[in-house]
Ligand binder design. Structure first.
Ligand code: PMP
Length: 342
């Protein structure tokens, strides 16, 4: 069948080639054009489909994953979804360990796709036996014929973005991109895209979105891994309390932290003003563009990558009560809205 006509042999061939969409109403105060690489057009509704497939195919090729095997991964949900697509098509069993702060929607969707879920406490250090890293590692040791992709340190992750996402962005902007902005978790997306773009044009600036409660920004600026930077936060998918091997700090020009509140409010604004129903980290990535707009000039061209779809956050950032409970919306909003509804 012919993938260029969008006729595919299986769902995995539909991964990638996502659209680049100009931001208009939300970007009026930004001095240059801003385009969004909208990764929810992938079949698993996130950019992580790309690296999940690459980790599986590389492991099949070198024998780490064998027919009938079990894939075990620690995931905030999106990698699990990409792995679930590959596991379904290729006939593997999938077990995901997840932090208890991840949305119920993400867990329900993974279960619907055939995965078994282990819910682990968020507020324990990575080396704690109950952390989602430790549980995944232990299951990998206990279950015969199992494969632990380990998206944090498996370099197939960033290679997927070097081979697909980076070239797509370069071609879609006809080489005119000057700034690439994206949220950083495992670091696969930013590092793979950055490597490709900087090989094409070393002047392209790479900006990473970090969270308050994560080590990246301080480590990048000082070389110090500061435990005082680590505390729990609400934003999902970005920021870390470890330094994953996939983050290539030498390719990143700066990290900018965006608050939990601003990330959530900006995701809501993107939905209402652009018709883009996006995940939490998309708001954070766009927050970086807003916060650093003074560094941009009219001849620049920014591409901001939006990782995933808003459906996984309907009970959270798109729920007014959830927003009010965290002080992200004013308490009296409901009264005002009820009044208007009447
Ligand atoms: N946003 C979301 C919603 C994610 O799931 C992830 C992956 N953890 C990221 C951003 C960060 O991407 P990466 O792991 O490639 O740095």
């Amino acid at each position: 069948m012919n993938p260029s006509k969008k006729v595919f042999d299986n769902i995995l061939q539909a991964i990638g080639n996502t659209p680049l969409i100009r931001l208009n109403r939300v970007a009026q105060d930004i001095p240059c054009p801003v385009y969004a690489k909208v990764e929810y057009f992938n079949p698993g509704h996130s950019t992580k489909d790309r690296m999940a497939l690459k980790m599986i195919e590389d492991a099949e090729r070198d024998g780490r994953l064998k027919p009938g095997g079990t894939i075990i991964e620690c995931t905030s949900g999106n990698t699990g979804m990409g792995l679930a697509l590959a596991a379904a098509v290729k006939g593997y069993k999938l077990i995901c360990t997840m932090n208890d702060k991840q949305s119920k929607e993400k867990m329900d969707i993974l279960r619907a796709m055939g995965a078994e879920i282990y819910v682990c406490p968020t507020n324990v250090p990575p080396e704690h036996p109950d952390s989602y890293y430790s549980v995944a590692r232990r299951l990998n040791q206990q279950i015969p014929n199992s494969f632990f992709p380990n998206q944090y340190d498996n370099l197939s992750n960033r290679q997927a973005h070097y081979e697909t996402t980076g070239p797509e962005i370069w071609e879609q902007t006809e080489g005119k991109i000057t700034h690439f902005v994206v949220g950083v978790g495992t670091g696969g997306t930013i590092s793979g895209v950055a490597k490709y773009l900087k090989e094409k044009n070393p002047d392209i600036k790479i900006w990473g979105a970090d969270t308050y409660g994560s080590v990246f920004k301080k480590y990048h600026e000082t070389g110090i891994f500061d435990n005082n930077e680590i505390y729990s936060y609400i934003t999902e998918g970005i920021g870390e309390d470890i330094l994953p091997a996939n983050v290539d700090f030498s390719l990143i020009d700066l990290f900018e932290k965006v608050t939990d509140r601003d990330g959530a409010l900006l995701a809501r604004e993107l939905a209402k003003k652009e018709g883009l129903f996006l995940g939490y980290s998309a708001g954070s990535a766009f927050g970086v563009v807003r916060q650093l707009k003074h560094l941009l000039k009219p001849t620049d061209l920014v591409v901001v990558l939006f990782h995933d779809h808003g459906s996984r956050y309907v009970g959270k950032i798109y729920n007014d009560d959830w927003m009010r409970e965290r002080g992200f919306l004013p308490q009296n909003n409901k009264v005002a809205k009820d009044f208007v509804d009447r």
